[in-house]
Design a protein around this ligand. Structure first.
Ligand code: PMP
Length: 393
């Protein structure tokens, strides 16, 4: 595999006089030149508001924005671009679904898993739903046979990949069960869109949420895929750009996707998602998966072989994040010392407090990998961990 680091200018950086080894990709990924140039070019030469102007720049901006929507549609195998809404990110996408479905969810139940990010917990509670988690074993494999669907279960909302453990949930199995019970499924793809090929027709979910910034695009922008069968749900937000006719008595809406995009969207951000998709597709999702799998498995095996390290979670398929702790050393101290060596990892509960409780820890150290990471990065991490252990010996 060629060295993709050269496409990401920030990865050349030195911190504290040392080469940066960036292993905090689950929090946010770095951006390739193609994305940086696309954002800069947009503001330098095309910038205008979309869909509302008759003038030249507005036409160009609208065209680029809609082209980005088409790219997302093709990338995730959606039926048509009307199923793709640009949002402010995964959190916003999930909150929008929670708001739209609130009349159905209030007083009922949403089925989640025990590894969810707070973004897939709090919005349902705000909508007045009770949460029920699919049971899991010690390694965080979901125990599908013990999943208890009741008459009150109105939605299943699950992460594809855990931001803490890197465990991949078997979402096709879940959509299959959901279909038998005619329950809609939302997939939080914040940690899978950048690692695994996704095909809406194959997965068969009704909603899919992800963020631009974790897939090499801008912050503050994301996507909500809504299957055609939910195209008539109430919009979560009201404002300009989404209405057909407004009177003081009543408002009628445009058709999706504009119906769900009130206000001026993050135009440059949406276009940056298109550029990020171009970047990934130029490499090929199959090639990305193969390379990432090699690096991830190598890093995980090396961590498992290292004395005094506890690695959390162990499922059939894994990608992205690895969580661990060094015996007797606080995760925060480990992270701080690694940082001084130029190694960027994240520490804490990773917005997954219920999972931390199941793991019996307050927090973990998380190393998370992107397409530009290499086995050398994993070696640096292990070397850093050995040094931390020696400091505490
Ligand atoms: N879900 C998961 C699984 C995540 O990892 C994250 C980000 N850490 C989110 C949701 C929220 O994403 P954002 O902050 O971009 O809205």
């Amino acid at each position: 595999m060629t060295d993709f680091k050269k496409d990401f200018p920030i990865l050349d950086k030195e911190i504290y006089g040392k080469q940066l080894f960036y292993l905090d990709n689950a929090a946010t990924s770095q951006k390739p030149n193609l994305v940086l140039d696309t954002i800069s070019d947009f503001y330098r030469s095309d910038n205008s508001n979309i869909h509302r102007g008759v003038h030249y720049l507005s036409e160009i901006s609208s065209e680029k924005y809609e082209k980005a929507r088409q790219k997302v549609c093709d990338f995730i195998g959606a039926g048509n671009p009307d199923e793709v809404t640009f949002t402010a990110g995964t959190t916003d996408s999930i909150n929008q679904v929670a708001r739209s479905l609130e009349p159905v969810l209030k007083g009922n139940e949403v089925m989640i898993t025990g590894v969810e990010h707070h973004s897939n917990i709090v919005p349902w509670q705000l909508a007045g739903a009770k949460l029920r988690a699919i049971p899991m074993d010690f390694d965080c494999n979901l125990l599908m046979d013990s999943m208890e669907i009741t008459a009150k279960t109105k939605l299943i909302s699950i992460s594809h990949v855990s931001n803490v453990l890197g465990s991949v949930n078997k979402i096709k199995e879940i959509t299959g069960i959901a279909k038998d019970h005619d329950i809609p499924v939302l997939v939080d793809a914040a940690q899978s869109i950048q690692h695994l090929p996704l095909d809406m027709k194959d997965i068969g979910c009704d909603f899919l949420a992800f963020s631009g910034h974790k897939m090499y695009a801008a912050t503050g922008v994301g996507v909500l895929y809504t299957s055609e069968r939910f195209s008539d749900i109430m919009p979560a937000k009201g404002g300009g750009g989404m209405v057909d006719r407004v009177t003081l008595e009543e408002t009628t809406y445009l058709d999706p996707p504009l119906k769900y995009e009130a206000g001026t969207p993050h135009i440059a951000g949406a276009i940056s998602i298109g550029a990020a998709i171009d970047y990934m597709q130029n490499i090929g999702m199959g090639r990305i998966r193969k390379h990432e799998h090699e690096v991830y498995s190598y890093a995980r095996d090396r961590l498992l072989e290292t004395d005094g390290v506890t690695v959390y979670g162990n499922t059939e398929e894994m990608c992205g994040s690895i969580s661990f702790n060094l015996d007797g050393i606080h995760h925060y101290d480990t992270g701080l010392i690694l940082d001084k060596m130029g190694i960027a990892v994240r520490t804490g509960h990773h917005c997954a407090q219920p999972l931390m409780r199941s793991l019996g820890t307050e927090g973990t150290v998380r190393a998370s990998f992107a397409l530009y990471n290499t086995k050398e990065d994993a070696d640096m991490l292990i070397e850093g961990i050995e040094k931390v252990r020696m400091m505490y010996a």
